[in-house]
Design a protein around this ligand. Structure first.
Ligand code: NAD
Length: 241
């Protein structure tokens, strides 16, 4: 169980793994995640379910930045995870819209760096339901970008890099501002990336009176809301990630 069927390096320090997990794959929806453990005493690592093959496996994408994710990156095809729990969390609100509602629903996704991974399943869902969203994907430099070909097929993709090594020079917010100042309007903007990036996307969305959904990635322990570690205060109310 939970063996790695396929492993691929997507970008600098960024890996894709397909993991045998048919029970999770059967019911996973865009926006949901799993918690993986490489060993019995390993750290619990929450990761978005990026894709799924219903009877077989789930796809995860992660960046090797800390001890546990580096340990994960050292695993290869045929190796197995000790544990994979999921699907956890609520699915994206977008999956509750009917095909009729989706037909003229205009969404812009704003993805920063590894934030491209959580955006991808939502874009794929919309595309498969007759919608073609805009996607603004940004990274410091070209070698950190991934899934641009996949996203290009399913969306109107705008790529930005801080150093102009790919696409337009600038940050994702520069690109979004250009689009909005050219008169394009969205029913919703969805932002996934660092807190500071999401903060500036929210400010821009507010300036243009567009509803904005962000993906808060507060500290997570059990992944169900039971322990309360992921609680955040929004408008004076306590919520769980
Ligand atoms: P990064 O920090 O290099 O940022 C990628 C791009 O985001 C930049 O190129 C830029 O276009 C944009 N950006 C960054 N700071 C900005 C700012 N102040 N204003 C406007 N745009 C800005 O990307 P990384 O190194 O891959 O890190 C990704 C971040 O996303 C990490 O902090 C990670 O924790 C977070 N993350 C969040 C989620 C989530 O669910 N919110 C999921 C995965 C990753």
């Amino acid at each position: 169980m939970y063996s790695i069927i396929r492993k691929r390096k997507l970008a600098e320090d960024t890996y894709l793994m397909e993991i045998e997990a048919p029970r999770i794959a059967k019911s996973a929806l865009p926006g949901q995640f799993v918690i993986v453990k490489t060993t019995e005493r390993g750290e619990r690592i929450p990761l978005t379910i990026v894709d799924y093959d219903r009877d077989k496996c789930i796809t995860l994408i992660f960046k090797a930045i800390g001890l546990s994710t580096r340990e994960m990156a050292s695993m290869g095809e045929g190796d197995s995870f000790k544990d994979v729990v999921g699907p956890l969390g609520r699915a994206s609100n977008l999956v509750s819209l009917t095909d009729n509602e989706l037909a003229d629903y205009r969404v812009a996704f704003v993805a920063g760096g590894i934030g491209i991974a959580p955006v991808y399943p939502q874009v794929k869902w919309l595309y498969e339901h007759g919608n073609r969203p805009d996607v603004i994907a940004g990274a410091k430099t070209k070698s950190l970008l991934f899934y641009t070909d996949e996203l290009q097929k399913m969306s109107d993709l705008h790529v930005v890099t801080d150093d102009e090594s790919y696409g337009m020079k600038g940050m994702v917010t520069d690109c979004l501002r250009n689009i909005l100042e050219n008169g394009v309007r969205y029913d919703e903007i969805v932002a996934v990336g660092s807190m500071i990036m999401m903060k500036f996307v929210v400010e821009l969305a507010r300036e243009f009176s567009i509803p904005c959904t962000v993906s808060l990635n507060s500290l997570m322990v059990d992944g169900t809301g039971m322990c309360g570690a992921c609680r955040v205060t929004i408008g004076g109310k306590t919520k769980f990630k």
